[in-house]
Design a binder for this molecule. Structure first.
Ligand SMILES: *[C@@H]1O[C@H](CO)[C@@H](O)[C@H](O)[C@H]1NC(C)=O
Length: 214
């Protein structure tokens, strides 16, 4: 029984240290003037935070789909919507014109949930363990989840523009489009050919289309 006061004291200490060390904050609105680290942006001083830090009005209008993929992704990630900083989630709007496609891509930082609100979208992802493909044509109101890091795509499945919203389990999920990673930079064609098994003519053609050199 002699242990009891000691244990009690230990718990009191624990309580004291945990309450003094871990500052409980309601939010950490990102200070976009500083760099973004692995844990996000540093926090804006609460005194200068306003309701507008928690509201983003950019998803009401269509993105510009006059481009090679005939599609647009309008992100509301922490870099555009600083109120998300530190909260573990974000959202974006997808616009897919007729024939539009969001080419094969990954988000290294988060899983994705897609909800179709107009038109149809053929969407799918590929597993990393067995390269199994899971794809389906989604209609208005359907949702599909894309597990973190896996290659996936969205293609307009019909004759009218399609719109979807995608939410992510990260305020800054990142985006890497495979075709751009391979053909829109200056990695020498010879190395692209070796690493993809494509022939020289195909690689040069794709570099020309996507803006790569070398
Ligand atoms: C859409 O993008 C194209 C190509 O960059 C540009 O020429 C056009 O002006 C843009 N349209 C609007 C409405 O911003």
């Amino acid at each position: 029984m002699e242990m009891m006061p000691t244990i009690f004291f230990f718990f009191l200490q624990l309580l004291f240290f945990s309450s003094s060390n871990a500052a409980v904050q309601d939010f950490c609105v990102g200070d976009l003037t500083g760099p973004e680290g692995p844990a996000g942006y540093s926090c804006k001083k609460p005194a200068i935070v306003t309701v507008d830090d928690f509201v983003f009005s950019g998803l009401g209008k269509a993105g510009n789909t006059s481009n090679i993929i005939r599609a647009a992704v309008t992100p509301a990630f922490s870099a555009q919507f600083p109120g998300l900083n530190g909260l573990g989630l974000s959202i974006a709007r997808l616009d897919l014109a007729v024939e539009g496609v969001i080419p094969l891509h990954t988000h290294p930082g988060g899983s994705e949930l897609l909800v179709v609100v107009q038109g149809t979208i053929c969407a799918g992802f590929i597993s990393s363990s067995a390269n199994t493909v899971y794809f389906k044509t989604l209609k208005k109101g359907d949702i599909m989840v894309f597990p973190q890091g896996l290659l996936h795509f969205q293609i307009n499945g019909g004759g009218i523009p399609a719109i979807g919203f995608v939410s992510f389990s990260s305020p800054s999920p990142g985006l890497q489009i495979t075709a751009f990673a391979l053909f829109a930079n200056n990695l020498p064609s010879e190395l692209v050919e070796k690493t993809t098994f494509l022939d020289d003519a195909q690689v040069k053609k794709l570099k020309a289309v996507l803006g790569g050199t070398g």
